[in-house]
Design a protein around this ligand. Sequence first.
Ligand SMILES: Cc1ncc(COP(=O)(O)O)c(C=O)c1O
Length: 389
Amino acid sequence: MVQNSSLIYLNNAATSWPKPPEVLEAIKQSLSLPVFGSGRTTGSQGEDYLTLAREELSRFLAADPAEQVVFTANATDSLNLLIQGFLADKRDGNHVLTTRLEHNSVLRPLHEYQRQGRIRLVILPFEEGLVSPHSVEAAITPDTRLMVMTHGSNVLGSVQDIQAIGDILHDHGIYFIVDGAQTTGHLPINLRNLPVDAYVFTGHKGLFGIPGTGGFYLRDPESVSPVRFGGTGTDSFSLLHPRGMPERFETGTPNYPGLAALAAGVKYIRSTGLDTIAAKAERQTEYLVNELRKTPTITIYNDRPSLPILSFNLAGVENDDMGFILARAYGIVGRTGLHCAPLVHQVIDQGKGCVRLSISWFTTDEECRIAASAVREIAENADSSIGPA
Ligand SMILES: Cc1ncc(COP(=O)(O)O)c(C=O)c1O
């Protein structure tokens, strides 16, 4: 039997672990002195983590000006805020496009709006993990207002052509929100050149921050109505919530330790090199795919992923059971089930769900070797009378 005495964490698409030591140190530092909050504190010696994180993200995503980078609680929070804000003004049509690849953080807010009769929603198909720009063009009607789409699928690791899709949408005057929860920290992203109106990121995955952090870049602040109001530490005499950026969308006390972590995570990626991180992830993911391919009873749903994500099932073994055996017998943490993206599974595995292994910069070659051997060993021990998955 494959021997492993320590934890092998292959659930980085859910949340990355471990975090770089610099991130842990930044959290500690952020709490070791009273925080500095512009307009909120007098004479604190602490760092201004909000500005630090904003400048890091702005530089990392080529998102100018930095004030148009907004922090929220996570990608889900950002998507809710943007969807509500883009649709607040009902005058210009209520037809919305999205895709079957989406996470529930897109599907559920849109479904809720559809249920309330506020939008007409069209959900576009995908083929081999990709949404065709032609299908987007064909779905556009005179009252199409908005498209919300994932940049990278959290199940298939496929990356959408947001350049081509964004160009089509903008030719028709349609707003484009892109969910970059899975791509930020894995792919170079240059928002100066991409035809998107809002780009959403999360802190706790590829950016090496901690849960409870995220945000978005918004190209034209006036295109989104604010949907939250409260204290900003600025212009406090006025009962009207400030309309300038970033206060327009940031209310209440920020998550300073989380933002310190996020700034440190982005800095860590910059100093390590995004290309170096991506090249290692690609090599290790390809290794896992090639190893699992050797077992005919394993069905891989994405054998050429562009992100470090591998999804599969073993014939005759429920995905939950596979996850349980991997964890209990081999100390390997993956993820099973629907991965909060139910419509993808209707296409790939009849809605049953699958096993997902996802690696990070900190995953070693030896861990990949153990994981591949463990899956193959489980397959060999499963009922050999069972055909392909
Ligand atoms: C594609 C995608 N979008 C959105 C989210 C939600 O991210 P968050 O945890 O920051 O709300 C996830 C997280 O799993 C995701 O994979």
